[in-house]
Design a protein around this ligand. Structure first.
Ligand code: NAD
Length: 506
């Protein structure tokens, strides 16, 4: 009997087969084996999902509920995420290559935590604000402005953190009363489908959350340009984000874009070298480097390069690289053959452009690695800021070390990038580190740490890393419109105003 799981799309509160009848395979990147299939959807499936989202929105079945009622459903969902944590974490690891040690702890906590935090802060966000002030030339008036949902949202997510990135969109969209259609990445659709079912079981009405599965280039593209979509929330590459911004312009969709990065770490001359080594490894090896805000440009004082890199290599040698489902594994496989090919290509470019390979640089192919997509942690030294592998996002476990002589020069090089997602300073001097953090043109700066994202702190990019912020109350603002309602409180106010402005009724 086959162990391959068969999923359907999730539309209008139901598991729904795709209209094309075609299927896509989902692969375990540690073994290359097919573990699940999902429908390879087409345009008609997007139309169906959007029709369901629109109908649910217009009916007021969700948008018409009170904030407290909606928040309670999100809290129920958080409890159900925790209750299902083994299954969700297993599926997330199986399909994305994330280590099970991480998904059972960090990912589940982040998903449930986002639901709980959004449920809490949506109740505190002012939904209505009043004023009775009137300029002297008009009659007394009551003005108030209120927050309303935008309508039908589309969420498009990448393959690196399917659960967390889906929830960063779903939780604020639902909290503000929107309906949403999600399109997860083709290679990791399974846990977004599971989330939709959990939310529905927790009390989200049919049609308010829908998940369609299919290729980004056809189905995602169609969804992004669809006139029924009022707001699009996209996380993915800068290249696709740019296309989406163009498409959104036709119908003036609201847009938030979380895009690529090439984040700089600046180690200062006063840094503790042990802290620096840990921070730098965390920066580029977490999830095999497949993280948008990975620290992959490492600026280090020229005289400290050798010592720092030696420390990093000694630590790398102790890491367990292996099957992501093993609790002992520190670093799992690359998520797909395609991404592995990209990494191999960039490492080759690095060598050709004259970067010195200090460690790694090879695909792992022996023994347990034979059928999977594994790549060694890789460190290039003596790089400069104009090299291709330093400027472009690789999305793999590859660190480029760039020696510097002067800290102003390091800041200038750090900011010399089309990206502006993450950045970091390593120093023992708190004041100096904070001053330099102010000079980095990035949406997040970590000091002596990396990758700490929190549901209560805004996350997003400067420059071509995107616009808008996810998490905390910033995300609630991004999923709502503001309406001003102005009421004349006197019987003759309109007469007076007409007279004043147009001169009739004199
Ligand atoms: P991608 O841009 O190729 O795909 C992202 C999503 O868009 C997928 O669901 C894909 O199917 C869909 N898609 C592809 N082409 C499309 C199109 N023409 N129209 C509409 N949708 C389309 O990115 P990826 O390879 O899945 O993920 C890696 C990228 O995501 C990296 O660049 C990484 O930096 C970025 N990322 C950014 C963040 C962030 O928060 N800033 C987080 C994670 C990943």
């Amino acid at each position: 009997m086959s162990n391959i799981m068969e999923y359907q799309m999730f539309i209008d509160g139901q598991w729904t087969p795709g209209l094309t009848g075609e299927r896509m395979e989902v692969i375990n990147p540690a073994t290359g084996e097919v573990v699940a299939t999902v429908p390879r959807g087409g345009r008609e499936d997007v139309d169906r999902a959007l029709a369901s989202a629109r109908a649910s929105f217009e009916s007021g079945v969700w948008a018409g509920k009170s904030i407290e009622e909606r928040a309670q459903v999100l809290i129920n969902a958080a409890m159900m995420v925790v209750a299902n944590k083994e299954r969700l974490a297993y599926l997330e690891s199986l399909t994305s290559g994330a280590t099970i040690r991480r998904t059972t702890t960090v990912d589940i906590a982040e998903v449930a935590g986002t639901l709980l935090l959004i449920a809490m802060i949506v109740k505190e966000l002012p939904q209505v604000e009043h004023t009775f002030f009137s300029p002297p030339w008009v009659a007394p008036m009551h003005s108030f402005w209120k927050r309303e949902p935008i309508g039908v949202c589309a969420g498009i997510t990448p393959w690196n953190f399917p659960l967390i990135l889906a929830m960063y969109k779903i939780a604020p969209a639902l909290a503000m009363g929107n309906s949403i259609v999600m399109k997860p990445a083709s290679i990791t659709p399974v846990t977004t489908l599971e989330l939709a079912k959990i939310l529905t079981d927790a009390g989200v009405p049919p049609g308010v959350i829908n998940v369609v599965t299919g290729p980004g280039s056809s189905m995602g593209n169609y969804l992004a340009g669809h006139p029924e979509v009022d707001k699009i929330a996209f996380t993915g590459s800068t290249e696709v984000g740019r296309q989406i911004a163009h498409q959104a312009a036709d119908t003036i969709k609201r847009v938030t874009l979380e895009l690529g990065g090439k984040s700089p770490i600046i180690v200062l001359d006063d840094a503790d070298m042990e802290v620096a080594a840990n921070m730098c490894l965390l920066g580029f090896l977490f999830h095999s480097g497949q993280v948008c805000e990975s620290g992959t440009r490492l600026f280090v004082p020229r005289c400290l390069q050798e010592e720092l890199v030696d420390r990093m290599i000694q630590k790398i040698k102790k890491m367990v690289i292996g099957n992501q489902l093993d609790m002992e594994t520190d670093m799992g496989p690359i998520a797909s053959q395609e991404q592995l090919n990209t990494i191999i290509r960039y490492v080759q470019i690095g060598k050709e452009e004259g970067a010195e390979l200090a460690y790694g640089g090879r695909r792992l192919t022996e023994g347990i690695y034979e059928k999977g997509f594994f790549f060694e942690p890789t460190i290039f030294i003596n790089c400069h800021n104009q090299m291709t592998q330093v400027r472009e996002e690789i999305f793999g476990p590859v660190q480029c070390v760039i020696p510097y002589d002067d800290v102003d020069e390091a800041i200038a090089m750090a900011n010399d990038s089309i990206y502006g997602l993450g950045g970091g300073i390593c120093s023992t001097n708190v004041g100096r580190a904070q001053q330099l953090a102010n000079r980095l043109r990035t949406g997040t700066v970590w000091i002596n740490t990396w990758h700490v994202l929190r549901p209560d702190a805004p996350f997003g990019g400067y420059k071509q890393s995107g616009y808008g912020r996810e998490c905390c109350y910033h995300s609630l603002l991004a999923y709502s419109e503001v309406k001003h309602i102005c009421q004349d409180l006197t019987p003759d106010g309109s007469d007076k105003l007409l007279n004043l402005l147009i001169g009739l009724n004199r």
